[in-house]
Design a protein around this ligand. Structure first.
Ligand code: GDP
Ligand code: MG
Length: 188
């Protein structure tokens, strides 16, 4: 890359949602165009960056990914998120201008938990944060447990952008990130 590149904006975007919905693989696909078949739970909080051009401006997307306890627990990294480690939670959301609320379209429960994730997000994040609902794993269409219409309805009611993606097949991943980043840019 061009290391002398001038950065006009840095946009922090956080990924949230239940464990194993594909947050880490969505990020790997977007930032490095990679997918790891046996991805390990994310340890700690980490972020990846990707620099792109929006409206002739250089935008550095800083995408944050949570620690995952691959235990099927409701909250990803429930050790941190469930038991009152509020400092970590606050740090995670601090300065975020975008959030991707990810569920696994083959796991109804991960979609049913979206309202709780949204509640936590709205409790911590800036009121102007741009939020996108993501139904991941659309490559597993035959196992679908969440109709597109259910998600659309929820997104409309809660004023969220919505997209169905596959980190595995690279479907809509770039589009989803570009859409949220462009909307963030539009609002600044
Ligand atoms: P996280 O806990 O939300 O970060 O989920 P991961 O990104 O670690 O993914 C959990 C599991 O789902 C892993 O076995 C991934 O390989 C798998 N996975 C992630 N995205 C997709 C996808 O788009 N399609 C399919 N079929 N599997 C996926
Ligand atoms: Mg992860």
């Amino acid at each position: 890359g061009d290391y002398n590149q001038k950065i006009d904006y840095v946009f922090k975007v956080v990924l949230i949602g239940d464990s194993a919905v594909g947050k880490t693989q969505l990020l790997a696909r977007f930032s490095r165009n990679q997918f790891n078949v046996d991805s390990k739970a994310t340890i700690g909080v980490e972020f990846q960056t990707k620099t792109l051009i929006i409206d002739n401006k250089t935008v550095k997307a800083q995408i944050w990914d949570t620690a995952g306890q691959e235990s099927g627990s409701m909250y990803d990294g429930s050790i941190w998120w469930g038991l009152g480690y509020r400092a970590v939670t606050s740090a995670y959301y601090r300065g975020a201008v975008g959030a991707m609320l990810v569920y696994d379209m083959t796991k109804r429960q991960s979609f049913d938990h979206m309202s709780r994730w949204l509640e936590e997000l709205r409790g911590h994040a800036d009121t102007n944060i741009v939020i996108m609902l993501i139904g991941n794993k659309c490559d597993l269409g035959t196992l679908r447990a969440v109709p597109t219409e259910d998600a659309q309805e929820f997104a409309q009611r809660e004023n969220l952008f919505f997209m169905e993606t596959s980190a595995l097949e690279s479907t809509n991943v770039e589009t989803a990130f570009l859409t949220i980043l462009t909307e963030i840019y539009r609002l600044i």
